[in-house]
Design a protein around this ligand. Structure first.
Ligand SMILES: CC(=O)SCCNC(=O)CCNC(=O)[C@H](O)C(C)(C)COP(=O)(O)OP(=O)(O)OC[C@H]1O[C@@H](n2cnc3c(N)ncnc32)[C@H](O)[C@@H]1OP(=O)(O)O
Ligand SMILES: CC(=O)C(=O)O
Length: 531
């Protein structure tokens, strides 16, 4: 089986993405995880650019990489300096890497306008920068910046630039679609042309400005490239780089090529989420292969076929890339969605069950009122449990009073007084909060903690309000979505009302009721205590 080398530039081109700034420690952590999954090359940064990248190359030396070779990035020498006198080139040598990746200009327009030098001068810059680094024992990859735009503008010159890199002793020439605007057939044409002119292996480095970076990388491989540059989650300058989380499974499972070890692909989702966590970027739920929605099914027709055979609506099994199948319940559900959920909850219900049909009807009616059960699995499961005999509510509300006192200086004070029934006991508590919902949450917890101590470990992690019908102004219906966690798992709950406090109460009460139900926490209920 032929193989393709995976070259990661998350730490260099990925950090050129708006909103991303890795610390040196972040870069080390990411490099180690890229190495662990089996990437062949990791571009750690541009040592001539900033002290953080210099520190990275110095610190990474105390870690031994098992699979990857580390590359340092840089440009061809300055037009006015010899390579051996150019501080940026010397910084690559000092970084201690085995591989230098040097970018140079392929587009005559760029040579004249951006570099301000002659076409011949640029060829010399490419040739001697590569030759100098090679003479110092480094393997040199040559990134032909703007190669495809260069071919369109002045084909003969673009080809001369990569020949200059070959003459200098580069070991691989990477053809870059730097502005990311090329189409797959253009990529194919110029990769084939370059392959016909050079005796060296080719690589591809594609940007995503036309939303084609993954497609362009795959076409380049089909046209002969054997090294693919990209980043985890496609992070990168402007619209990003080619997304390795899509390219690797496409090359492996669809093209039958060897990339990283097959068994390691089962860690791809974990890698994607780890890098998004370190980058402090919310994971893209719709990201192919590794996104939370990549194998999530909503439409009733889809789920019905899926239950018969997963291949009906999945292009490959999610486990291959470490992702998982999910089924949503909503107004677009049929009984098949419900059956899937019942099975997850170990409930024996068949397709003709009147209770099952009643719950489905109730969900459709509630969604029509503004509820959304997709992200509210806690409220959904409570609804199911309530439809079947045997569910005893862990607490019920008897009365609730909220006070909001706004002082002259505009600061507000909130207090909630709550009367709850737990079994045959009634408890009465009051609590303050920095707002009415916080006061409500505090009073509810205070009332229940002595009965259910495990409530102390449940934390509200997100609280969102969505106005459902803006035209009704402050009288509009609102949907409150709450996310709660207990350190082991998290769950969503939902409430809908024209009154934001009522909607918040529904979501809050569901969040604790579900937290109690979920881990058999109801059994922890202490002996009732009258107050
Ligand atoms: C396609 C890519 O993504 S390439 C990577 C882009 N990434 C970055 O630019 C991030 C890191 N960059 C930096 O830290 C800085 O830009 C540095 C340290 C490299 C240079 O900083 P400065 O010396 O202040 O120059 P400045 O950033 O203003 O301009 C870039 C210079 O590089 C020159 N240059 C651009 N490409 C090349 C090249 N292939 N070979 C030689 N010089 C080049 C430009 O002509 C310009 O030179 P000039 O100042 O004489 O006009
Ligand atoms: C080298 C590089 O990052 C580019 O051409 O896009």
């Amino acid at each position: 089986m032929s193989s393709v080398q995976i070259y990661d530039t998350t730490l260099r081109d990925g950090s050129q993405a708006e909103g991303i700034s890795f610390s040196c420690e972040d870069k080390i952590k990411i490099a180690l995880s890229l190495d662990k999954i089996g990437f062949h090359y990791i571009e750690g940064g541009w040592p001539g650019s900033n002290p953080k990248d210099l520190d990275f190359f110095s610190l990474i030396r105390s870690h031994s990489l098992k699979n990857a070779k580390l590359a340092a990035f840089g440009s061809t020498r300055k037009a006015s300096l010899a390579a051996e006198n150019d501080p940026s080139i010397l910084a690559i040598l000092d970084s201690g890497v085995q591989v230098a990746t040097i970018f140079g200009k392929s587009w005559d327009f760029h040579v004249r306008e951006a570099l301000g030098t002659t076409l011949e001068g640029n060829l010399a810059m490419i040739r001697d920068t590569v030759a100098f680094l090679k003479s110092k024992g480094l393997e040199v990859f040559y990134d032909a910046e703007h190669f495809f735009d260069g071919c369109k503008a002045n084909l003969a010159y673009a080809l001369k630039t990569i020949e200059a890199a070959q003459e200098g002793g580069a070991s691989t020439i990477i053809l870059c679609d730097t502005n990311g605007g090329s189409l797959p057939l253009e990529i194919k044409e110029f990769v084939e042309l370059a392959a016909g002119r050079l005796s060296l292996p080719l690589g591809i480095h594609a940007h995503n400005d036309g939303d084609l970076a993954v497609a362009n990388s795959l076409v380049a491989v089909q046209a002969g490239a054997v090294q693919v540059h990209g980043t985890v989650n496609g992070y990168g300058e402007r619209c990003g780089n080619a997304n390795l989380c899509s390219i690797i499974p496409n090359l492996t499972f669809k093209c039958g090529l060897e990339t990283i070890p097959r068994e390691n692909l089962a860690h791809l989702t974990e890698l994607s989420r780890f890098v998004s966590e370190v980058a402090n970027v919310h994971p893209d739920t719709r990201q192919p292969y590794v996104g939370m929605s990549a194998f999530t099914h909503k439409g009733g027709v889809h789920v019905s076929a899926l239950l018969k055979d997963y291949r009906s609506y999945e292009h490959l099994p999610p486990e291959l890339v470490g992702n998982r199948r999910r089924v949503l319940v909503s107004e677009l559900s049929g009984m098949s969605n419900m059956l899937y959920k019942y099975k997850e909850l170990n409930l024996q219900v068949d397709k003709q069950s009147p209770e099952g049909k009643r719950v489905l009807e109730e969900i459709k009616n509630l969604e029509n009122q503004g509820y959304q059960f997709e992200g509210a699995e806690g409220s959904f499961e409570l609804l199911l449990k309530k439809a079947y005999n045997g569910y005893i509510e862990p607490f019920t509300l008897e009365a609730l009073r909220l006070m909001i006192d706004v002082k002259q200086d505009g600061t507000a004070y909130s207090e909630a007084i709550i009367k709850m029934r737990v079994g045959d006991r009634v408890v009465h508590t009051a609590a303050e909060g920095n707002g009415p919902v916080n006061a409500l949450d505090n009073a509810l917890r205070k009332a229940l903690e002595s009965f259910y101590p495990c409530i102390r470990s449940m934390r509200l992690t997100d609280y969102k309000v969505r106005v459902l019908d803006e035209k009704d102004g402050t009288g509009a219906m609102v949907r409150v979505h709450i996310e709660t966690g207990d350190g082991h798992s998290s769950w969503g709950t939902v409430g809908v009302s024209e009154n934001i406090i009522e909607a918040s109460w529904q979501a809050l009460a569901d969040s604790l009721a579900y937290g109690l139900l979920k881990g058999d926490n109801l059994e922890q209920k202490k002996d009732d205590k009258e107050e």
